[in-house]
Design a protein around this ligand. Structure first.
Ligand code: PMP
Length: 398
């Protein structure tokens, strides 16, 4: 016997565990509305045609190679990614940025940086939030504190609660904000509310950490979805940003993202970059190159960029039409509940308001797989299954 005999069994990941159960389920009517990955109208994963076109260009390019990227990744990709987020006219001379292993990797490297250098080792994250945020920042050595975000009674933003909790945070702590399409609630502050939040954060001298995993998925327009980030930068916040291209480019498995810091001058930028690289080098040395080459190829080609924006809008629109269809089908099934929050929410998810018992029942009786917080990934719905799902939801919520 070795020490391995004493290793306790770890709990499966809340989301990925459900995805495993879906795979095992043999019910022909089974529906996966658990995981946040886009599906086309036939329920199949979709490679964006602009991504395919970029891959073809890369295949045919004799200068392409499989060399290592540098620790900070492909500089040309990083530049395009940063302009995509902060705007074409952003001041690159003060933005310290590295390529990361998608949004998760960006959050983790950012967390490691904060825990190493930031004086107040407390990060305030919304309640609820993407489940992995808690583990990521705790594993990085930060204390995770929650701020109120969502009002379950009104199915809307709890702005008052949010402002109160941020007011009570110690000056100089970190506050994590979802840049757009808040996961899991699909509920974002309005422009006016963002301004109020920015003013308070400035007054309290808090460090803003934006997590942007859905730019383009909220409104269908990646420019419009960058409002909060760009507004905060305009207002003088030295924000940090974790950026993911998993959803908006459909590059989930390519693990392609960035982590960036808006610094005060070029010298500060260099020093920050040098320390971020010191965190990355002993962790995974350098990032993968395929996904970043795709994003770089698309965003440096005017025609492909235009095509890409249309395809991103197409995904957002399909999801938007599923929202409407789900509510229509719920009414048709006889539900008299107010489901209007489903159509007012944005992004990939509907935060239905169903409790965990209802979710369990949906899974056990109808083989509909979802997280136990009542979140439904609208991308998993299509014209063939939406009526089945609506009837099942009606049956557990009636
Ligand atoms: N942040 C949020 C809010 C997310 O929803 C996700 C993906 N579910 C991520 C970050 C990171 O995803 P990835 O590592 O695939 O980019």
């Amino acid at each position: 016997q070795t020490y391995l005999a004493d290793i306790p069994l770890g709990a499966p990941d809340a989301i990925l565990g459900i995805a495993e159960n879906f795979k095992k389920c043999t019910d022909p009517n089974k529906v996966n509305v658990c995981i946040g990955a886009y599906r086309d109208e036939n329920g199949k994963p979709w490679i964006l045609p602009s991504v395919r076109a970029a891959e073809k260009i890369m295949m045919d390019d004799e200068n392409e190679n499989k060399e290592y990227a540098s620790i900070a990744g492909d500089a040309a990709y990083v530049e395009q990614a940063i302009k995509f987020a902060y705007g074409q006219d952003c001041d690159l001379s003060v933005i310290a940025a590295v390529q990361t292993l998608s949004g998760t990797g960006a959050c983790r490297i950012g967390g490691e940086f904060l825990s190493k250098f930031f004086p107040v080792k407390k990060i305030y994250i919304p309640d609820p939030t993407w489940g992995n945020h808690i583990a990521i920042f705790q594993e990085a050595g930060m204390e995770v504190v929650r701020y109120r975000y969502y009002n379950r009674a009104t199915n809307g933003l709890d702005l008052e609660g949010m402002l109160e909790d941020i007011t009570n945070a110690p000056d100089g702590a970190v506050v994590l904000l979802h840049a757009c399409a808040h996961n899991p609630t699909g509920c974002d502050p309005t422009k006016e509310q963002w301004k109020t939040i920015s003013d308070l954060i400035k007054k309290k001298n808090l460090q803003v950490f934006f997590d942007s995993a859905y730019q383009g998925f909220a409104s269908g327009d990646a420019e419009a979805d960058a409002f909060a980030l760009r507004y905060f930068v305009e207002e003088g916040h030295n924000v940090m940003l974790a950026q993911s291209f998993a959803k908006n480019f459909g590059l989930y498995g390519e693990r392609c993202g960035t982590l960036s810091f808006v610094t005060n001058d070029a010298d500060e930028k260099e020093r920050v970059l040098s320390q971020v690289k010191k965190i990355i080098r002993p962790m995974y040395s350098s990032p993968p190159i395929h996904g970043s080459s795709i994003v770089r190829t698309v965003l440096t080609d005017e025609q492909l960029t235009k095509q890409y924006y249309e395809e991103c809008a197409f995904m957002a629109n399909r999801i938007g039409s599923m929202r409407k269809l789900l509510v229509d089908e719920l009414k048709k099934a006889g539900s008299t509940h107010d489901w209007s929050h489903i159509t007012s929410q944005i992004g990939m998810f509907a935060y239905t308001g169903m409790n965990s018992d209802m979710c369990d029942e949906l899974t056990s009786k109808s083989s509909i797989f979802l997280t136990r917080d009542g979140r439904i990934s609208l991308a998993g719905l299509n014209e063939n299954n939406v009526s089945y799902v609506a009837k099942a939801i009606h049956a557990v919520t009636d």
